[in-house]
Design a binder for this molecule. Structure first.
Ligand code: NIG
Ligand code: FE
Length: 400
């Protein structure tokens, strides 16, 4: 493979200029309606116009464009859509991780130590932390990211967490119902989350989420939080069935959510409910890696007709990775997914889980958010785990 070069020194893709990305060894368009599985095209080209995909196909049939870019035989795939992360926090919990690796269990209670550090941090410190982590994500191929609050847990701290997250993405999620902070009864806290805290957070959020789990919020409390959010114009998401079996997945299905997230401990009834509703199961294998819990049964879900998204869950407690390539590798090695299924779940699956029809696949009309791998095929993401294969990341038709 040769190093990619631009054939002109002008802008890669201005508002009017078109760019042909040629000599693509393997183009993973992610188009599920294509003639080939996942719309994979060998020896391919892709044309970008106005920041969007205008054409894909065999290189020999590539239409003329204003400029061209030689991909050097490398693989090109859609940018990753990381639909679940918690990036607004201060401090770290490597001691908790080390204790887990020595046999301790993960517990939701660790969230409170991050809450204390986050409340004590300045806006500038939190902004710098998010900027650093988003930078890491982009360098690893993520082009769309969802960011949750949830480490402030006061109206003021949740609002400023979301205001900071909003500077990096439109996909912001109010997670006041992450855990009950010290010094307040759970019912009083639910009143706060569904009242003044929601009012402060809603202008900065698109989504509302709750951690429906023993030790956090039960189904009735989670339902009240999501219903209050809906009344304030926020769409719901749910942390469900992470630490044990529970009512979260079925609550999410009943509420008609686009996605329920974690889905580590599912019953046959949960799987049937997901299949029948079309609600996406967002799997977060970095969490099981970092907590030594059993991985979710992705193979069983796919074979049972459930749609899957993969996301990082990047946070300082249960999973401190920002790497979607790692999540793809874990999904393949530990969860029975094929490389193509995993890449699809990490791209189109994430877009679907966020209700986005403009990203997640390299098909005409969608944004030209793409990753050029220093490898001949998408399979290398799992075949060469831990190797920095992301050679270049383009957002809206431009290299970042
Ligand atoms: O998605 N489950 C709840 N929230 C995070 C963990 C947060 C933490 O441990 O700090 C998660 O795993
Ligand atoms: Fe999470």
């Amino acid at each position: 493979m040769t190093v990619p070069t631009e054939s002109t020194s002008g802008p890669i893709s201005g508002s009017g200029a078109s760019v042909a990305v040629t000599n693509i060894g393997e183009l993973f368009t992610g188009d599920l309606l294509a003639d080939t599985p996942y719309g994979v095209i060998s020896d391919a080209a892709l044309v970008i116009e106005g920041g969007h995909v205008a054409w894909t196909g065999p290189r020999a049939r590539c239409p003329a464009a204003d400029t061209s870019y030689d991909a050097g035989g490398r693989a090109v795939l859609p940018g990753f859509v990381d639909s679940h992360s918690h990036l607004v926090f201060a401090g770290e919990r490597s001691g908790e991780f080390a204790a887990r690796m020595a046999g301790a269990a993960y517990s939701a209670g660790g969230i409170r130590s991050t809450v204390a550090a986050t409340r004590a941090a300045s806006d500038e410190q939190l902004h710098a932390r998010v900027a650093g982590l988003v930078g890491e994500m982009i360098r690893q191929g993520t082009t769309t990211v969802e960011i949750k609050s949830g480490y402030g847990l006061t109206a003021h701290d949740e609002q400023r967490s979301l205001a900071i997250a909003r500077q990096f993405t439109d996909e912001t999620t109010f997670l006041g119902a992450h855990v009950v902070p010290d010094g307040i009864a759970v019912e009083d806290y639910v009143e706060l989350v569904t009242g003044p805290m929601l009012a402060a957070a809603a202008p900065y959020a698109r989504w509302i989420d709750a951690f429906c789990e023993v030790g956090a919020f039960d189904a009735d409390q989670a339902r009240r939080v999501l219903e209050a959010g809906a009344a304030a114009g926020l769409r719901g998401r749910l942390h469900a069935n992470q630490l044990g079996p529970g009512p979260g997945v079925q609550l999410g299905v009943e509420l008609g959510l686009l996605a329920v997230e974690h889905c580590t401990h599912l019953t046959a009834a949960d799987v049937a409910a997901l299949r029948d509703s079309g609600t996406i199961a967002t799997l977060l294998p970095g969490v099981e890696f970092s907590t030594r819990q059993p991985y979710p049964d992705a193979r069983g879900l796919l074979d049972g007709g459930v749609r899957i998204a993969l996301a990082s869950d990047c946070n300082p407690g249960s999973c401190f990775t920002s790497s979607m390539p790692l999540c793809v590798a874990l999904a393949v090695r530990e969860m029975g997914m094929t490389p193509a299924e995993a890449v699809s779940a990490a791209t189109l699956g994430g877009a679907d889980a966020l209700g986005r029809i403009d990203v997640g696949a390299l098909v005409p009309g969608r944004r030209a958010d793409l990753v050029i791998l220093d490898a001949p095929s998408h399979s290398y993401l799992a075949y060469r785990p831990g190797v920095p294969l992301v050679a270049s990341v383009w957002r809206s038709g431009r290299p970042t």
